[in-house]
Design a protein. Sequence first.
Length: 279
Amino acid sequence: MDLQGAFAFRSSDSGGGVINDIAYAVGGVDSNGNLSNVVQAYDSATNTWNTTAPMPTARQSLSAGVVNGILYAVGGIGTCGNACNTVEAYDPATDTWTTVAPMPTARRDLAVGVVKGILYAVGGEDDNGSLNTVEAYDPATDSWTTKAPMPSPRYGLAVGVVHDILYAVAGASANGGNIVEAYNPAADTWTTKAPILKGRVYLAAGVINGILYAVGGYYGHFMKSVEAYNPATNVWTPVTSMPSNRAFLGAGIIKHKLYAIGGGGQHVLNTVDAFNPRL
């Protein structure tokens, strides 16, 4: 892990995504505990952050995904209530936000993955508890479809996509925080995979060269551990830890490096660390 330029606004529990090698950190809570609609963009080429157009709805505990160069901020907690079904789309080419079709199920602490131009909202929590709900958004039709439920209801999970298979990793569950389940959108089916070595919630995930990395999180304490999952062998392996313990962080892949962004530990962080698996 090597340290990168910290972003100016301390943020935890935000969403994010990468478009054209620019990482976007969206919403969350600031160091005063206030809901945020701030959006910041990180350029790894110059190691600098810039503030872009704010998200229309301030919220935390959201997730985000990128489809065809558009970032979609999904769900969370905000002025919409304890759990939001709000979905807003950001176009970096015009620096503008647009409200799109809401999720059928309002929820927070969900995870999002994108497969073949379709955004999948997975799990999370509503006002009644953990969810196994999976709903798919098609930007071409601005519509949602309900898919096969995840076997284990959970929130605070992370999602990574490898070879068009979506992996739902860890999170708070009645069966512990180390569950890993894989979703095949083509078949609309789920299968159970090898559990992560260290259970955790409020982690982040990213995929480089077909390997899924689970980063940080919380399980009785804030964690800095990073684990790598190889779907070809169904094996998890510990790799170099982050410099700092944190959960509620964001992650993005830029030029085969994994960037861990913000989050919370003993306090809200503006730290950015980068991991190069080739070193």
